[in-house]
Design a protein around this ligand. Structure first.
Ligand code: DOR
Length: 424
């Protein structure tokens, strides 16, 4: 395997507090050296002059749909989308068919990830058997199989006693329980945020409190047990404030936000645009601003895509019938640049920290860094190039995005996984 030299880029590595012009030498899939100048000596040279070089992004929340719904996505197509978006690690959610609630299913997804070889594929095991919310899975077996966390994502774990036990049980493994915070009764039948837009369109809404009452309960349970709660895709101002206060009290809580919740509001649904139908729903401008501030001040730890691909026939149905979900891996960087870099809310090192370093830490992975000796998982970005989102050109099988037609800034030029180009 020839050595690779990435030359002259602005290297941003928050884990090592590095931000400057460096050359990176890659040898046998690992980062061999980082210096202001390294001679080529026969290495394959990638010219990164004027570009950013960052640790590959780590997605804590990806729906790869395998096993069971290969018409929506496969490990392979999802990994191609990841590479195109600058991601070198994806954590696959267990709402598959069958659910990733036992070792065999986790092993299958991990093996498939290794076979494809375009990104590190990890799994989040199911919290309850069949994701039915009734009986906890065998946590020891799932963590032993390599799951990085446990969640019934797509469904809330509504039973407070089971959540208490889950937090206690997961604590012994020092791993988080990821909650999809949604009170089933308050959200029942809802297809979008409950507010002026849902009333105007005549659609049933889900109030922000459907999320925040579960956030509040689970923070109390994390406090009671000392367990680690991680909230998926936070969407409301009230939830952000609850987490902020809990962190001040020392509760073991982390949380994520999606690019679409940072960039859009319920207005994006316009005239029944199912491509903006997502759960939790896009909410108000006040909520969006609170999410931005939460991410800026550290209340929200990281960005996760909630990449949720669906088929055309499902998504292009009437609004009530269409499934929730946005194909997010390929637009994540551009949306984050629009929502965070352009308004001056985050610097590039801060954005890279929230896309790479922080999610790797939460997943307990040795990723999200460009340390010498680390796997050469990295992405080369053009921070100022513009492109127009055309979902028909997505490599994901899910070609639905509320950003269709939008001009975004920030292009992923190359993604290297274990030192080899993995671009979609
Ligand atoms: O929009 C969503 N899509 N939210 C979820 O919680 C599940 C996901 C999916 O699996 O399609």
């Amino acid at each position: 395997m020839a050595k690779v030299l990435i030359k002259g880029g602005r290297v941003i590595d928050p884990a090592n507090k590095r931000d400057g012009r460096f050359d990176i030498l890659i040898d046998r899939g690992k980062i061999a050296d980082i210096q202001p100048s390294i001679p080529a000596n026969g290495s394959k040279v990638i010219d990164a002059d004027g570009k950013l070089v960052a640790p590959g992004f780590v997605d804590l929340h990806t729906h790869l749909r395998e096993p069971g719904r290969e018409d929506k996505e496969t490990v392979e197509s999802g990994c191609r989308a990841a590479a195109k978006g600058g991601f070198t690690t994806v954590c696959a959610m267990p709402n598959t068919s069958p659910a990733i609630d036992h070792r065999g299913a986790a092993d299958f997804v991990h093996q498939e990830g290794r076979r494809v070889g375009l990104a590190s594929v990890r799994t989040i095991g199911a919290l309850t058997k069949g994701r039915q919310g009734k009986e906890l899975t065998d946590f020891g077996e799932l963590f032993d199989a390599g799951c990085v966390a446990l969640s019934d994502d797509g469904n809330v774990l509504a039973d407070g006693m089971l959540m208490r036990r889950a937090l206690e049980y997961a604590k012994t493994f020092e791993r988080p329980i990821i909650q999809h915070a949604e009170d089933p009764a308050l959200a029942a039948g809802g297809v979008m945020h409950e507010g002026i837009v849902s009333v105007t369109l005549g659609l049933r809404g889900m109030p922000a409190q459907a999320e925040s009452v579960i956030v509040s309960r689970d923070l109390a349970l994390a406090e009671l047990t000392g367990g680690w709660i991680h909230f998926a895709h936070l969407s409301s101002a009230i939830s952000v404030e609850l987490v902020r206060q809990a962190k001040r009290r020392g509760v073991h809580v982390t949380c994520e936000v999606t690019p679409h919740h940072l960039a859009l509001t319920h207005e994006a649904i316009g005239e029944f645009n199912t491509h903006a139908k997502v759960n939790p729903p896009l909410r108000t401008e006040e909520d969006r601003l609170a999410l931005l501030e939460g991410l800026r001040d550290g209340t929200i730890d990281c960005i996760a895509t909630d990449h949720a691909p669906h088929t055309d026939w499902e998504k292009d149905a009437e609004f009530d019938a269409a499934p929730f979900g946005i194909s997010g891996l390929e637009t994540a960087l551009g949306v984050c640049v629009e929502a965070l870099i352009k308004p001056g809310l985050l610097t590039w090192p801060q954005l890279v920290e929230r896309l790479s370093t922080a999610p790797a830490r939460i997943a307990g992975l040795e990723a999200g860094t460009l340390s010498v000796g680390a796997e050469a998982d990295l992405t080369v970005l053009d921070p100022s190039a513009q492109w127009t989102v055309d979902p028909k050109r997505f490599v994901s099988k899910g070609r639905h995005s509320p950003f269709a037609g939008r001009v975004l800034t920030g292009v992923v030029l190359r993604t290297l996984y274990r030192g080899v180009e993995a671009d979609g």
